[in-house]
Design a protein around this ligand. Structure first.
Ligand SMILES: [Zn+2]
Length: 140
């Protein structure tokens, strides 16, 4: 593998984004803890709306992270079986572990099986998330 493989860069960007999201989740949990404590100290204060908003944000981040993990696998030429969660090469039509059939085109784009978020009132999460477009490969 070349040192400046564009895939390596894409994977690094995805990983960075996942790290950022994990950091956001930690700070949201932190804030929820403080809000909850504020509620404990002052029962008259109503912080449930603030807590709910952060819970929603965390749920969305978790979904995004799962999607980005699948994109990283895709960049590595792998896909995940929705049935047994085993990694398979993209060209496999059936899971090598459990025999589950992969959806049509699963070697061409990333399938996000659990992208439907029941918490999202707008329901913007589609069943599929486009793969990160490859950067124009530079020839050195
Ligand atoms: Zn499987």
């Amino acid at each position: 593998m070349a040192l400046f493989d564009p895939k390596t860069k894409t994977i690094a960007q995805l990983q960075k984004s996942i790290d950022d999201k994990n950091a956001s989740i930690v700070s949201y949990f932190d804030e929820i803890g403080r809000l909850y404590y504020g509620q404990y100290k002052d029962p008259a204060a109503d912080v449930s709306k603030d807590i709910n908003a952060r819970c929603d944000a965390i749920s969305k981040l978790y979904i995004d992270i799962e999607a980005q993990k699948l994109k990283i696998l895709f960049e590595k030429g792998l896909k995940l079986c929705v049935n047994c969660k085993k990694e398979n090469p993209l060209e496999h039509a059936f899971c090598a572990s459990c025999g589950n059939k992969f959806p049509e085109g699963s070697d061409k784009h990333v399938d996000i099986p659990n992208a439907e978020c029941t918490n999202c009132p707008d329901g913007t999460n589609g069943p599929e998330v486009e793969a990160v477009p490859e950067e124009t490969a530079k020839t050195e």
